[in-house]
Design a protein around this ligand. Structure first.
Ligand SMILES: Nc1nc2c(ncn2[C@@H]2O[C@H](COP(=O)(O)OP(=O)(O)O)[C@@H](O)[C@H]2O)c(=O)[nH]1
Ligand SMILES: [Mg+2]
Length: 153
C-alpha cells in the first residue's frame, strides 16, 4: 500500500532534513516535476512516499499540485522560530486540494522551545489538524513516533 505524505512549511524549518531522516536516506531522489522531489521508505506493507520542495517554496503552482492524492500533509514549523508556526496558515492551502489529514510537526526541539504549547494547539485546531508531533530531524528525537503515525494513518 502506497501512502503519499506532503511536507509543507517555510524555507529553513527543516523539511528536507526531516524527509531524509524519515526515510533513512533510502531514497530514489527523483525529480517528478519542477520544484518537487520525493523520498521513499518501506515499512512492512506500507510504502511511504514523502514529497518535498526542491528549493522553491514560494512557487505556488507547485504547492497546489503537490497535495493531490496525499493521505497526509505535514505542516512543519521550527519551534525556535515562532513566526514559522503562524506561517502555517498560508501552507494549509496545500491540503485544500485533497482529502488529506493534517498533522502539525514542530521541528528543531534540540534548539529549545520558543513557542508556547497552548499556541501550537490553538493553531492546530484552527487548521483542522489531527494532532501535533514535536521532533528533531537532527537528533532523531520523535521521528519514530512520527513514522508510526504516518504508517497507521
Ligand atoms: N538544530 C537543528 N537544525 C535543523 C534541524 N532540522 C534541520 N535543521 C537545519 O536547518 C537548516 C534548514 O534545513 P532544511 O532541511 O534545508 O530546511 P527546508 O528548507 O525546510 O527543507 C539546515 O541547516 C538544517 O541542518 C533540527 O532538528 N535541529
Ligand atoms: Mg528543503
Amino acid at each position: 500500500m502506497r501512502k503519499k505524505v506532503v511536507l509543507a512549511g517555510n524555507s529553513g524549518v527543516g523539511k528536507t532534513t526531516l524527509a531524509k531522516r524519515l526515510t533513512g536516506r533510502y531514497t530514489e531522489d527523483t525529480r517528478m516535476t519542477v520544484g518537487v522531489e520525493f523520498f521513499t521508505v518501506r515499512e512492512g506493507n506500507v510504502k511511504l512516499v514523502v514529497f518535498d520542495f526542491a528549493g522553491q517554496e514560494r512557487f505556488r503552482p507547485v504547492i497546489e499540485g503537490m497535495g493531490r492524492g496525499a493521505s497526509m500533509v505535514l505542516l512543519v514549523f521550527d519551534v525556535s522560530r515562532p513566526s514559522t508556526l503562524y506561517s502555517l496558515r498560508e501552507w494549509a492551502t496545500v491540503s485544500g486540494a485533497s482529502d488529506a489529514r493534517i498533522l502539525l510537526v514542530g521541528n528543531k526541539i534540540d534548539l529549545g522551545m520558543r513557542v508556547d504549547s497552548e499556541e501550537i494547539r490553538r493553531v492546530a485546531a484552527e487548521l483542522g489538524a489531527d494532532g501535533v508531533i514535536l521532533v528533531s530531524a537532527n537528533t532523531g528525537e520523535g521521528i519514530e513516533e512520527l513514522k508510526k503515525t504516518l504508517v497507521s494513518a
